[in-house]
Design a protein. Structure first.
Lengths: 335, 276
């Protein structure tokens, strides 16, 4: 079991409020990603759950029990650090087994569990090596091994893939997701990378300035962003925001259209007129950055190749069913 | 061309390094040579470098005139004891300053170091009087105490620098893994700090071994370490260069051997953790 509930959790360092009251329900076995720009408090929130920081207010319930006064080790959670934080003087075996040793398990049981974890992570040939003799990806797997071997109630990941190169990151992303599904253990994962968030999460928590902006499944966030911040943060390239006349026509202060929901036509079509400033041809996609005069810069995405170039005039027509409307304070208007 | 220039530069700097090393080593070499000369040859002008009548009679005289082992034992106890006690005090002090610093931590560290800026002779009279009233003059405990206090700031500074290098993440990982403070110390922190502890220990052993001001002023015979033993050869009857050299060679031999075998740790210690 690993059900985690936050009730009005607050954290301040002196006069600075890092977390301004977070309420959250994390179901047992789910994969929840905390995402947000740097400084939004996502790592702090994770460390509060881990017990590495003390809360300034509110409750953290793990399986219904308030743990704010429980030391980290007694919370039954395990953590994977951004820097891996492996014990440099211990072998891989020692690193993975350290938690079990601290728990006072008999030696042969520790060995059995460590070997099972190592087998899951393809680390068996490296069990007797020191961390400095391993590659980045292998170190990362040792850090994960150390987390899974204790069979915790939940895994806490603090930007674990950010030190890896791009190719390895994609591979580890898939490995981590598969491992979590296979073990069925609750996982909380912190990242600033919205692609990681969208691909790995069952549910995403979008944080900004110490506040939870929205909590929902990746597609919910994509299709029904609660406000301008979430709308702008989720999705790549970023959603286009248009104010003024076109927004007023829709009865909103701002309207948002995702680049993939703009129909691109050569000049003369019925939509918003503009000139292509930059055209990016990726083969699979074409991204157009269009100067639309009073509407500002608009981004449009076309699936496949479109032979348009910088300087060409185009007209962009938003898909009427996919227009997001926001009021003056930036909150989404639902029709 | 470029390659030749580099080779020449390497050769010149190597030669310069050897020359510099030789200059630094020369007094020790000369002392060692003089200890095997007769008193007459020891201050002959022009001095003879290698071609003189080699003799070991100075060592025999030194051993006859004073008890080398007694002084050496005092040196070991005083240097070893003061270093160990300093480490015992400094480890928790440096630990707490490195891992839970407050606003005042930097000031405290600077204040500690500032005590080393005062010339020791400034407090010689008060310390002497205190030692006299407490009956600590010419006692090993007294010397252990004063050398320990004298070196404590440096020990704390060195350990602080080492502890600071240990990533906090690793200690947090140990906490997540269920290690108590005690076990964290035993299983994680100490093994990671051993290189730093070793170089601190060695450097302070050498500092304490060579310390001459307090040992000369606060001891006469029963607690006198090797520094006093050397000093006793500059006697009122005049300087006996050869015997003085023999006594000095004997005094520095143990620490020289120790230093030779622990070069790696020492270099690390002297660079104060600057080189990772």
């Amino acid at each position: 079991m690993g059900q985690i509930t936050l009730q009005g959790v607050q954290k301040s360092f002196g006069p600075v409020h890092i977390i301004k009251g977070a309420d959250l329900d994390i179901a047992d076995g789910s994969f929840v990603v905390f995402v947000g720009p740097s400084g939004c408090g996502k790592t702090t929130l994770l460390r509060l759950i881990a017990g590495l920081e003390d809360v300034s207010g509110g409750k953290i319930l793990i399986d219904g029990k308030n743990v704010v006064d429980t030391p980290p080790a007694k919370r039954g959670l395990s953590m994977v650090f951004q820097s891996y934080a492996l014990y440099p003087h211990m072998s891989v075996r020692g690193n993975i087994g350290f938690g079990l040793k601290m728990a006072g398990l008999p030696k042969d049981e520790i060995n059995r569990k460590v070997e099972a974890a190592a087998a899951t992570l393809n680390l068996t040939p490296y069990l007797d090596r020191k961390p400095r003799e391993l590659s980045g990806g292998q170190r990362q797997r040792v850090a994960i091994g150390r987390a899974i071997v204790r069979e915790p109630k939940a895994f806490l990941f603090d930007e674990p893939l950010s030190n890896l190169d791009a190719a390895l990151r994609v591979q580890m992303r898939i490995e981590v997701t598969r491992l979590q599904k296979q073990l069925g253990t609750t996982a909380i994962y912190v990242t600033h990378d919205q692609v990681e968030a969208m691909t790995m999460a069952d549910k995403i928590v979008v944080l900004n300035g110490g506040k939870i902006e929205q909590y929902g499944s990746p597609l919910e966030l994509y299709e029904r962003p609660a406000n301008l911040f979430v709308a702008g943060f989720i999705g790549s390239p970023k959603m286009n925001f248009v104010t003024g006349e076109p927004a007023l026509q829709k009865g909103a202060a701002t309207i948002g259209v995702r680049p993939e929901h703009l129909k691109i036509e050569r000049d003369g079509g019925g939509g918003w007129q503009g000139t292509i400033a930059v055209a990016e041809h990726l083969g699979s996609d074409t991204f157009l950055y269009v100067d639309a005069g009073a509407l500002g810069m608009l981004t449009a995405r076309y699936i496949g190749e479109l032979s348009l170039h910088a300087g060409d005039r185009v007209s962009l027509t938003p898909d009427p069913a996919r227009i997001h409307r926001f009021d003056e304070s930036g909150n989404a208007l639902r029709s | 061309m470029a390659r030749m220039a580099t080779t020449r530069r390497v050769m010149i700097s190597t030669a310069a390094a050897w020359l510099f090393g030789f200059l630094i080593f020369f007094p020790i070499l000369w002392m060692g040579l003089a200890s095997f000369k007769t008193e007459l040859e020891a201050f002959a002008i022009p001095p003879s470098f290698l071609f003189f009548h080699w003799t070991t009679e100075n060592y025999a005289t030194v051993q006859e005139r004073s008890d080398y082992l007694h002084h050496a034992m005092n040196s070991i106890i005083i240097a070893g004891g003061s270093t160990l006690i300093a480490l015992l005090i400094a480890i928790p002090a440096a630990w707490s300053m490195a891992f839970s610093p407050t606003k005042r931590t930097k000031d405290i560290l600077l204040w500690m170091l500032s005590t080393k800026m005062m010339p020791p002779v400034g407090v010689l009279v008060p310390i002497y009087l205190i030692y006299k009233s407490f009956g600590l003059l010419d006692s090993r405990i007294g010397l252990v105490f004063i050398l320990c206090l004298g070196n404590l700031p440096i020990v704390i500074w060195m350990l602080f620098t080492y502890f600071k290098e240990i990533p906090r993440d690793i200690l947090e990982a140990a906490r997540m893994d269920g290690a108590t403070i005690g076990r964290e110390l035993v299983y994680v922190l100490t093994p990671m700090a051993i290189p730093g502890l070793a170089s601190t220990l060695l450097l302070n052993l050498i500092l304490a071994w060579n310390e001459a001001f307090w040992t000369l002023n606060l001891s006469t015979s029963s607690a006198a370490p090797l520094t006093t033993f050397i000093a006793s050869y500059s006697s009122p009857e005049g300087l006996f260069w050869a015997k003085l050299s023999a006594a000095s060679t004997l005094a520095i031999a143990p620490i020289l051997v120790l230093g030779w075998f622990s070069q790696k740790q020492l270099v690390r210690g002297l660079t104060f953790g600057a080189v990772k």
